[in-house]
Design a protein around this ligand. Structure first.
Ligand SMILES: Cc1cc2nc3c(=O)[nH]c(=O)nc-3n(C[C@H](O)[C@H](O)[C@H](O)COP(=O)(O)OP(=O)(O)OC[C@H]3O[C@@H](n4cnc5c(N)ncnc54)[C@H](O)[C@@H]3O)c2cc1C
Length: 476
């Protein structure tokens, strides 16, 4: 990409002497750092803004066990580096179907045949690469040609909205009308979701780090390389030589190579202040064109599982008149709650999901207010009682300035700008080919964006890029 003019002095560094700074200790930063150490690089430092490692993998103790506030499932098997790493270790369970039950706001429930037909339609829906328009357009069109015809018109409309919410929670968009077909065409996944039993996604990080699997946050082989509570405020890459980084606390660090792994949301908010001089136009276009959506979780622990034995989960269908009333009430944000379901191997828990602008609004409410809303929602939709939980948690990925969202997607705006993940992931290199600033992170993964395996691959990609550059350079 952007190339500076000429190498001022011969670049005499080797793997032993070169200094590498990684911004962010999420899974992509950890994957890059651990691979660089394996490859023989010695001076690898990670600067992390939070007081913990893991980033959007955040496994925490809850209900006498562990739960994930962020990444939770290994999505798919074939071509999935996370699955490849653990497939022989017997640490994953295949997950079942979550919704199980479509409830209407008048407490009616759809029949199991209707449920099956709707879920099959959703799961089998595909969009062609040459489709002109949003995924929302394509989905609505096929819905009415297919399963929509088999249902009463009002129920079909409610179900269409509900299915759209479920898809938005998978793709992190606010509305399907902003979702580009590239999210389907470029995204490669084979096989269903797998869960980490009671260990949470930390299990995978513990393997990368050779750390304690029961102690989320243990830095394992990266001990001595990680600096917590060190938000990088400026990356000065002017000139041809070393890059100078300034931490929020004034600490100055110099590096020969920087791997930036901050989320797309952080790049959007901060790239203008973070990089001096400004990033090249193609990079800025990709940062502006791609999007990081908001998906949040609710976790509830009960004395006893409140869902009847045969129900694994519930999704919500709003009757038009109820929706109108809801929109005028304090609980308007509940419109974007997608579903609630049981949690594998944790029989006392329920987990729920909320998307988009209402998820961002929910983050501004107190925990008590959020719970009050959810209990109201249960009373409105369900024939059985969901009592006050023993413990309650919700995630707040958007309002945390170290993330500013949950995971990335291609909006149709990125198509209009003709930009994408290759521009985002391209390094800023010296004319000699020496990488100066590299970019990793889930949003830079072309086929596995929005996932842990995509983030992991991106970290390895950038470590390998440096390794390639140093091939043949003599060790000191
Ligand atoms: C609710 C939710 C559910 C998800 N579910 C799944 C799932 O089931 N399966 C799956 O595969 N994926 C899932 N994901 C996505 C997955 O978590 C991410 O794709 C992946 O963890 C991203 O890793 P990363 O290294 O790219 O970014 P991050 O984890 O965001 O790491 C970047 C790090 O940079 C730090 N940072 C930011 N700014 C600075 C700065 N200025 N200086 C220093 N450090 C900084 C951040 O604190 C962070 O630790 C989910 C995500 C969320 C939020």
């Amino acid at each position: 990409m952007s190339a500076c003019t000429a190498e001022p002095i011969a670049f005499g560094k080797t793997k032993e002497t070169t200094r590498i700074v990684i911004i962010g200790a999420g899974v992509s930063g950890i994957a890059a750092a651990t691979r660089l150490l394996e490859q023989g690089f010695k001076n690898v430092q990670l600067f992390e803004a939070e007081d913990r490692i893991g980033g959007r993998i955040n496994t925490i103790p809850f209900a006498n066990s562990f739960i994930d506030l962020g990444a939770q499932w290994c999505h798919g098997e074939e071509g999935n580096v996370v699955y490849e790493r653990v497939k022989d270790l017997d640490v994953l369970d295949r997950t079942g179907d979550f919704a199980g039950y479509f409830a209407r706001s008048n407490k009616d429930i759809l029949t199991s045949d209707q449920y099956k037909a709707l879920m099959e339609f959703k799961d089998e829906f595909e969009v062609k690469s040459d489709f002109e328009g949003s995924v929302g357009d394509a989905f609505t069109d096929s819905f009415w040609k297919d399963v929509g015809q088999q249902l009463d018109k009002a129920v079909a409309k409610e179900a269409l909205d509900c299915l759209k919410r479920l898809i938005c929670s998978e793709d992190a968009c606010d509305h399907m009308s902003e979702l580009s077909p590239r999210n389907f065409v470029n995204f490669a996944v084979t096989g269903g979701d797998l869960s980490w039993r009671k260990k949470g996604y930390w299990k995978f990080l513990s393997l990368l780090l050779n750390a304690n699997e029961d102690q989320p946050g243990d830095q394992g082989i990266l001990k001595g390389h990680v600096h917590l509570n060190r938000r990088i405020a400026e990356v000065n890459w002017s000139g041809d030589g070393e890059v100078t980084l300034r931490c929020w606390n004034g600490q100055i660090v110099s590096a020969d190579h920087v791997i930036c792994t901050v989320s797309l949301g952080v790049l959007k908010e901060k790239h203008k202040q973070l990089f001096v001089p400004d990033l090249p136009a193609a990079k800025v276009r990709s940062i502006e064109g791609l999007k990081l959506g908001t998906v949040n979780k609710f976790l509830l622990e009960f004395e006893e599982q409140p869902m009847p034995e045969n129900i694994r989960g519930v999704a919500f269908l709003w009757l038009e008149e109820d929706l109108k009333e809801l929109r005028g009430s304090q609980f308007f944000w509940l419109e974007s709650v997608c579903n609630f379901h049981r949690v594998d191997r944790q029989p006392l828990l329920l987990e729920g999901w909320i998307i988009g602008a209402h998820a961002r609004y929910m983050e501004t409410l107190s925990e008590e207010k959020v719970l009050e809303g959810l209990l109201w929602l249960f009373r409105k939709f369900l024939k059985f009682t969901i009592p006050h939980p023993k413990n309650f948690l919700r995630s707040q990925w958007h309002s945390n300035p170290n993330f500013s969202g949950s995971y990335s997607f291609y909006p149709t705006y990125a198509d209009e700008l003709r930009t994408g993940r290759t521009d985002l992931g391209s390094p800023l290199v010296h004319v000699s080919g020496r990488p100066r600033i590299q970019f990793a992170g889930e949003a830079s993964s072309r086929n596995h964006f929005s996932t842990v395996h995509g983030a992991t691959e991106s970290g390895w990609r950038e470590a390998d890029r440096l390794n390639e550059f140093y091939k043949g350079r003599a060790e000191n």
